[in-house]
Design a binder for this molecule. Structure first.
Ligand code: ATP
Length: 513
């Protein structure tokens, strides 16, 4: 097993052990690729939502939020093109009976050349030490150049095939590259076929009369169909945005890699309506702004990279992903798309209603262009959780597992612990919690030795640990321990609120983003 698989396994088991993520309906042996968020997972998820919503809606006076239904009129999906074209190319291996996304098999093959470049860079660094110039190395090293040429050629070939929807050429490419099934190891493939990703169900109680409806595969359409309602009632002028957080459903061909790719997931999307012709300026603006929002969390710049799309969706004139270095490698975390006026125009056509804006400065009506930012809430969760999970060896040689979740997102902000269960210490600890709990999610913890309690709080990511001891009863001071530095200082109880607030407040992040 390689290191990446090890890390993902560690993430999954830590998430389960500490009440972050459980397999869904586990008592019935679970349901493939479906997960439930546990007592701490629900808190982390809510905090991520809150960070996103506040950054979008509260920090920008021209952005408002809404909460649309999951069920929508079936015509919505005809207008958006999903009934016709929300397909992925799939291929089966005849020996293992496993199903794959054909384009992903090729992309994973291309990724191997990227890994090769990374290895060459690491070797170069080792050989040249301080004199190593990475930019020059990447531009001149013959091995790197060979890999890069291969990547460029394969990406160009894949783009052309996907753009022309040439399924037999896609199979040809898989065969030409000698791609084998990761499970069976064989190259015994079926033909490539298209597979629609929308889940359908029936509306109404009488099956015969029931109309077929879909579970929304993206939250965006709930925003587009409400464009007119929101614009009129809010009286916002272009440019303005509508934000939404909600569930989306896709019958993914291969749902895997824990909560990275599920069939039921949550999106945080914002559609920004702009003047036609100004969309690329706003596209760049949102690309930068979203990068800042992510990086303000302090997980480390090296976890992020921008990836400009090689194949643009039918509605887009520019698109880019913010990719994150997940345990399985760099993968899409957020998409930023310039969607033109495609969606609003299509809804005008299918509904017969006008979805336009009268621009007083230009003195004319137009269908606005749209910039979309769309981030998966579950992928954000996985990004934060996996980057935060660390095994540390301490100075005395002992080991600890620490979940250094950005304090603003941590489920509990502070754990309050009486040193012993006697002498009135528990009552004092509860008194402190009764004061702090109005502003911070607190945990009371009195079981086991204090050392064990610290380790437990490290493992669940609580940024501050307050210990009540006998001195507390005399002078109203406590010790406060920092999860990350493990330093302990003695402070007055009356100062606790300020100290905790300074570290866990979202304000700092929002100012950076
Ligand atoms: P991918 O290429 O990984 O399938 P996508 O390009 O289809 O993703 P979008 O349609 O752009 O994804 O959706 C926006 C965001 O929703 C993605 O960036 C991702 O964070 C999230 N997302 C999409 N599909 C899933 C899924 N099956 N499970 C969890 N999150 C998802």
């Amino acid at each position: 097993m390689d290191k990446k698989e090890d890390k993902l396994k560690e993430v999954i088991s830590h998430a389960k052990e500490y009440g972050y993520v459980f397999p869904s309906s586990e008592i019935y042996d679970g349901l493939t690729a479906t997960y439930d968020y546990g007592q701490l997972g629900a808190e982390l998820k809510n905090n991520i939502k809150n960070y996103w919503w506040t950054a979008m809606v509260q920090m920008n006076e021209e952005i408002v939020g809404l909460d649309a239904a999951i069920f929508m009129h079936p015509k919505t999906w005809q207008a958006s093109g999903h009934t016709e074209a929300f397909n992925d190319p799939m291929i089966d291996n005849k020996d293992s009976k496993k199903r794959y996304r054909a384009d992903v098999l090729v992309e994973e093959h291309i990724e191997k050349y990227r890994d090769k470049i990374k290895k060459d860079v690491a070797k170069g660094k080792k050989r040249f030490g301080d004199d190593f110039d990475e930019v020059q190395f990447l531009a001149t090293n013959p091995n790197v150049k060979r890999s890069q040429d291969k990547i460029d050629a394969l990406e160009a070939q894949l783009t052309e095939i996907l753009e022309s929807d040439d399924l037999s050429a896609l199979k040809g490419m898989i065969e030409e590259l000698g791609i084998a099934c990761p499970v069976a190891g064989s190259k015994n493939w079926t033909d490539v076929r298209q597979f629609n990703l929308m889940f359908s169900t029936e509306l109404g109680s009488v099956a015969g009369d029931a109309a077929k409806i879909y579970l929304r595969p993206e939250t965006a359409q709930g925003i587009f169909v409400n464009f007119g309602n929101v614009q009129k009632t809010s009286r916002l002028k272009v440019p303005f945005g509508i934000a939404q957080i909600g569930k989306a459903f896709r019958n993914e061909i291969v749902a895997r890699q824990f909560i990275f790719r599920m069939r039921e997931f949550e999106q945080m999307e914002m559609q920004y309506f702009v003047r036609p012709g100004e969309e690329l300026k706003w596209y760049e603006y949102w690309k930068e702004k979203r990068n800042k929002w992510h990086k303000a969390l302090g997980l480390g710049e090296e976890f992020y990279r921008d990836h400009n799309h090689i194949k643009l969706a039918h509605y887009a004139n520019a698109a880019s992903d913010i990719e994150f270095d997940f345990p399985m490698g760099f993968k899409e975390l957020e998409g930023i798309h310039s969607r033109t006026d495609f969606d609003l125009k299509k809804h005008e056509e299918f509904s017969g209603k006008k979805l336009q804006f009268f621009d007083p400065e230009l003195n004319k009506n137009y269908v606005p262009y749209v910039i979309e930012t769309s981030v998966g809430l579950d992928r954000m969760f996985l990004a934060v959780f996996s980057a935060a999970l660390k095994n540390e060896t301490l100075e005395d040689g002992s080991e600890r597992v620490v979940l250094s979740i950005p304090p603003a997102l941590a489920p509990y902000k502070v754990a309050v612990m009486p040193l012993t269960k006697k002498d009135g210490l528990p009552d004092k600890a509860r008194e402190i919690i009764d004061e702090l709990k109005f502003d911070f999610n607190c945990q009371y913890d009195e079981k086991d030795s204090i050392g064990k309690r610290y380790r437990r709080q490290d493992a669940i990511g609580t940024p501050y640990h307050v210990t009540v001891d006998h001195q507390t009863l005399e002078d109203n001071t406590v010790t406060i321990r920092d999860r990350d530095t493990m330093e302990q200082v003695r402070v007055a109880i009356t100062d606790l609120h300020g100290i905790i607030d300074e570290k866990v407040s979202m304000k700092k992040l929002l100012k950076m983003g």
